[in-house]
Each structure stands twice: as C-alpha cells, then as structure tokens.
Design a protein around this ligand. Structure first.
Ligand code: GBH
Length: 440
C-alpha cells in the first residue's frame, strides 16, 4: 500500500464498517423476525435463498472480531443496531437481552480504544412493522423515533457518532422500485412514499437525539457518479435525471429543504400529500455528512422518466460485483458535496470497498486488487483534502466477509476472510497491508 496514516492530517480517522443483519446472526436472543428473513425465504429473491440467521455469528464472537479491529489500528468501528433485536415487535416492550448485547459491544469497543460509530437502521425492518406498510406508512417516523430513544437511551452516552439511517436511496429505491431488496416491491407510489418517509424518519430521529442531549449526529448517503454515455444532450439529461433520483434527492432534502426538479418532474404526484411541510424536520441540522462510495454508472437515454433502467456497461476495470472502479468519482463527490451542500461541515467516507474472489490458500488470502482499490481511493480523498475539502475519516467496507443481501454469501467484501462453514476468521493480505499503513 502506497499511502499511510501520516499522509493524512492529524486526527483523520480510519475505520471499518459492518451492519447488524449482515454479520450478527438473528432469530435468537429474544430478537423478533425481520422483513429480510421472509424476503430471503421467498424463492428467487436471494442467491440460494440464503439469509442472515447465522451470518458470521458475530453476536457470539464480537470480542474476537473487535480484537481484529483493534489490532489493525483502526480508530473507529461503524456498526449498526438491529431494530428487531432491540424491539422484537418493532414497537412497545424492548428486549433486555438485545439492549444488553449492544451495551457489551459498546464497552468492548471502548476497552480496546475504538470509537463506536452507530448506525441505527441498516435495512432489517421488524416484520410487524413491515406488515403495516413499513416505509410506505408515515407512522414509521414515530416508530423509528421510539426505537431511537430506546437504543440511544442505553448506549447513546458512549457513542462517538450516530447516524439514523444507512443509505436512504437503498431503503427507498432498491427495495420498493427495483425490488432487489426487502420488501421486494416494484411500485412507483410505494417508492415515492418511502423516499419521503425515510427522510422524515431521519429528521425525527435527529430531533429525538438532540432532545436527549446527544451530539456528533450525521446522515449517511450512498453516491454513484452518473456518467453520460456520450456527448449528446439526451445522454446529459438522462445522467442528470439519474443523479437526481440516486444522489441529489436525499441531500437536497436534508441540506436544502427541497427536492430536485429532475425528480419532481417524474414523481411529484406520487409523493405523500403535504410533503413540502416536512422539510423543517427533514432538514434538522446534522454535524457531519457520510458518503458511501463504490462505483459510477454509465447512463444512456431511454424513453421512460425513470433512471436505473438505462445503465450501460462502462469501459473501466471492474470488481467482482461488476462495478466499475472509478476513484475519481469519490473525489468529485467530496468536492461537490462541500461546494453545493455542506460547506465547512466534516465529511466522512463511511463506506468504500470491493468484492473480490478471495480464495483461502495455505492459511492466507491474497487480495492485491483490494489493496490497490483502497490505495486509489485514499489518493482521491487526499486530493480532495489538499484542495481544502474537510474530509475527516475513511471507513472500509467491510471488516468481515458477510451476508451480501440478495447475493447471499457469494460476494466477499471483508478485510478478513470468513469460512461460512467453520466460521473461522482469516485476515487477508489487505488487512495486513492496512495494519502496516496505519502504524506509519
Ligand atoms: C452498501 O451499499 C451497503 O451499505 C452494504 O450493506 C453492502 O454490503 C455494500 O454496499 C456492498 O454491496 O447495480 O443497480 O444493483 C452500497 C450502495 C447500492 C452500491 C447499489 C451499488 C448497485 C446498484 N450500493 N449499487 S445495482
């Protein structure tokens, strides 16, 4: 690895990220069912119909996993809390065992000198709430605020930072329009409602935590650079539409108190009535902005008003997910976010990483592509910092190979290899390279 800690400003924070459903194992310890359990059980939704019920068994192995975070020299660990573990019914009586788990997890981080960075919702909705319409039901903002109060009432005092929701686009679009994620809908009206309600829930949770006296609260967006396929005005327009739906809608809502015209043109009639009145809540001030960045999309014009249906294969080298490797996009997003949305507010790259074949051989995993990928994205971040963008941290997705949602256990994103039969962990070469870089 060419880059090292000392190439970055004093206090810059390196971290690694995971999420509850992808690593913990579920359906025990008093936890309730989630919409991912049922979605995965329906044939055709997930590769080999795999689910997160065992995953990496992190619930029982978290101490050893945090030892790995510590030994690598990471400053921060970004984890998420399972709503269904904390409130099995989604509402009402909390599950003491679930709260105890996050309490132990928090203390285990602090004992190791690791800063706990919580995400409250990373996609597994309690089934009883899904049955009530989930993100299409406006009441979810209230349900989510109650959950926020319960979980933060227990561990909030020890969090370094908190973000309510991981990637609003994914919660809304991939789950309600593309149908690739639970609940697997393909319905524009449901999508529009989810797009709005996920932001309303974000703002309500921020207000709830402010009222509890908590600080260092943020919002985490996923960003994909929209590259027009050619120089025609039609392609430029298609890319701008994609950019509106994918990237700008959520940032505009949180930072500008409006939605972009590119999106309103296509779906204003589907937004819930009175949406304009919710911006004071949606725009509740945050302290930092998180960007999850993986790839770009090459966009060609199509006849419909919707984006995502008009992606074409780009020419750049690709990861094992078939995603183009485009570090420049991270640089451009950091610059654009600071210039157009956040000004002096700290930015954190809360996720970045790649899937690779990652074969375990003779007790080791050689993953030079991951080392290069991380190095190239560090270069992009450094370039933005050198040009005055206040980037405060870089977190690698992910600590462990884990449940890659609709792709089951087929795609490996970890710095640490997991054998999903024995559950043995083996740090990959990229882990060792990073550990060395973080000491230098
Ligand atoms: C992250 O999302 C998630 O936070 C994390 O849980 C997940 O494990 C990780 O990605 C790796 O996948 O080609 O139309 O399917 C990143 C956001 C959204 C980026 C979907 C790639 C591909 C869109 N991702 N996007 S599509």
């Amino acid at each position: 690895m060419k880059h090292k800690r000392s190439d970055f400003p004093q206090g810059f924070q390196f971290g690694t990220a995971t999420s509850s459903y992808q690593i913990e194992g579920h359906g025990f310890g008093g936890a309730g069912p989630t919409h991912w359990d049922t979605f995965a059980a329906t044939p055709g939704n997930v590769v080999r119909a795999e689910n997160g019920l065992r995953a990496c068994d992190h619930y029982h192995r978290y101490e050893a996993d945090l030892d790995l975070v510590q030994a690598a020299g990471f400053d921060c660990y970004r984890f998420s809390t399972s709503w269904a573990r904390v409130m099995p019914e989604g509402r009402g009586t909390p599950n003491p065992e679930g709260l105890d788990f996050y309490d132990r997890l928090t203390d285990a981080m602090l004992e190791r000198g690791i800063k706990p960075c919580a995400t409250l919702y990373h996609w597994e909705l309690p089934s009883p709430l899904a049955d009530l319409g989930g993100w299409t039901n406006r009441d979810i903002a209230k349900w989510f605020a109650d959950f926020t109060e319960v979980i933060m009432g227990r561990i909030g005092d020890r969090m370094h930072s908190v973000a309510p929701i991981n990637e609003p686009w994914c919660v809304a679009w991939i789950s309600h329009f593309l149908g690739y994620h639970a609940p697997g809908l393909r319905d524009i009206r449901a999508t529009a409602r989810a797009m709005h309600h996920v932001l309303l829930a974000h703002g309500t949770a921020i207000q709830t935590m402010r009222a509890m006296g908590l600080n260092n609260l943020g919002a985490v967006f996923n960003m994909e650079w929209a590259q027009p396929v050619d120089d025609t005005p039609e392609a430029a327009r298609a890319a701008a539409t994609y950019d509106g739906y994918y990237n700008r809608f959520y940032m505009d809502g949180v930072f500008k108190g409006s939605y972009p015209d590119t999106v309103l043109a296509g779906m204003e009639q589907h937004l819930p009535k009175g949406w304009q009145d919710d911006f004071p809540v949606i725009g509740e001030k945050v302290d930092w902005c998180g960007i999850n960045y993986y790839t770009r999309k090459v966009i060609a014009p199509n006849d419909g008003p919707w984006p995502s249906l008009d992606e074409v294969t780009g020419p750049l080298p690709k990861t094992f997910m078939d995603w183009e490797i485009y570090p420049e996009g991270l640089y451009r997003f950091l610059k654009r976010t600071a210039a157009e949305y956040t000004g002096d507010m700290p930015l954190i790259v809360t996720e970045n990483g790649l899937a690779a074949p990652d074969v375990l051989e003779n007790g080791a995993v050689s993953d030079p592509n991951r080392v290069d990928f991380i190095d190239q994205h560090m270069a992009a971040i450094k370039r933005a910092i050198d040009e005055g963008v206040p980037v405060d941290g870089y977190y690698i997705w992910s600590l462990l190979d884990n449940y890659e949602w609709a792709l089951g256990y087929e795609k490996r994103f970890g710095l640490v290899h997991v054998d999903f039969d024995s559950l043995v962990r083996t740090p990959k070469d990229s882990y060792h390279a990073l550990a060395k870089a973080l000491k230098e």
